[in-house]
Design a protein around this ligand. Structure first.
Ligand SMILES: NC(=O)c1ccc[n+]([C@@H]2O[C@H](COP(=O)([O-])OP(=O)(O)OC[C@H]3O[C@@H](n4cnc5c(N)ncnc54)[C@H](OP(=O)(O)O)[C@@H]3O)[C@@H](O)[C@H]2O)c1
Length: 252
């Protein structure tokens, strides 16, 4: 009998990450789940059943994550999904510097640092698939959450660069850009969210794209092409398209 496939999912204690974990568990994967909230993470592990290990840690804790990856061993799939949404509050024109610092440290810096721990294992085995969960906001500028948009743009470019660098090594890299997903994160997003999909739907699309080693993919269909072309259209056109999408960030 062959070994079950193994995957580590970050941000697995909630929303999209939780749904990805459940989706992989249904297919019999051996799982490593990371999140900060130990109670919610344990609930997800219980719901997954099977061979699941967990690490309740902040992804900024490089040493803690490195230890977890080393203990986990053979790793076929890594889904970097953890992240926070923050931006301008009601009454502010722009987010504060401390909000920007935190968003970049969690969404971008910690994600890149973690990738290097994963690469040690995957390059050693000469195989593996990495998926970075970015956002449509990583392609289309978000005036209400510039650091969030920058962090997700950073993931797009880091992922696509890494994919090219690793060509021929057996390690694949995919970047995924979801649109609005009805996860707990969205309780902080105070604004219109057209074409919102469920975390389960997002998870199915992310896993499918990962297993097909897609380079860059996004959803839902109506917003994906708009995001892709956003840097090419004049600012006034983009402002007109995105006018209804302006938002502020609440406490959640
Ligand atoms: N929801 C959307 O509309 C949407 C759209 C585009 C992209 N995304 C991206 O999709 C990913 C998942 O988001 P979601 O919607 O599922 O949000 P969510 O329900 O708020 O889940 C976010 C997950 O990230 C974890 N996390 C946050 N900061 C962390 C840190 N410092 N260390 C470790 N784990 C941390 C959270 O852990 P705890 O809860 O345990 O703290 C949670 O498991 C994010 O990267 C988000 O930017 C979401």
């Amino acid at each position: 009998m062959s070994e079950p496939k193994s995957a580590i999912v970050t941000g697995a204690s909630s929303g999209i990450g939780r749904a990805i974990a459940l989706e992989l568990a249904k297919a019999g994967w051996r799982l490593g789940l990371v999140g900060r909230d130990a109670v919610r993470l344990a609930d997800v592990a219980r719901a997954c059943g099977g061979d699941v290990s967990t690490a309740a840690l902040d992804m900024r804790d490089k040493a803690g994550f490195a230890e977890f990856v080393a203990k986990f061993g053979a790793l076929d799939l890594y889904i970097s999904n953890h992240g926070i949404l923050d931006g301008r509050r009601e009454g502010q024109i722009v987010e504060t510097g401390s909000v920007a610092d935190e968003v970049l440290a969690i969404n971008l810096t910690s994600a890149i640092a973690a990738l290097h721990e994963v690469l040690l294992v995957m390059q050693g085995r000469g195989k593996g698939q990495i998926v970075l969960v970015s956002s449509l906001g990583g392609l289309s500028p978000l005036p209400d959450a510039p650091a969030y948009s920058a962090s997700k743009a950073g993931l797009v470019m880091y992922g696509l660069s890494l994919r090219e660098a690793l060509r021929g090594t057996g390690v694949g890299v995919s970047v995924c850009c979801p649109g609005y997903v009805s996860s707990p994160m969205q309780s902080k997003h105070l604004g219109h969210r057209p074409h919102e999909i469920t975390p389960e739907d997002a998870a199915r699309r992310i896993v499918k794209g990962a297993l097909a080693n897609k380079r860059l993919f996004g959803f839902p269909a109506p917003l994906w092409p708009e995001a892709l072309f956003s840097l090419l259209v004049p600012a006034g056109v983009l402002r007109w398209f995105n006018g209804k999408l302006r938002f502020t960030v609440g406490k959640g």
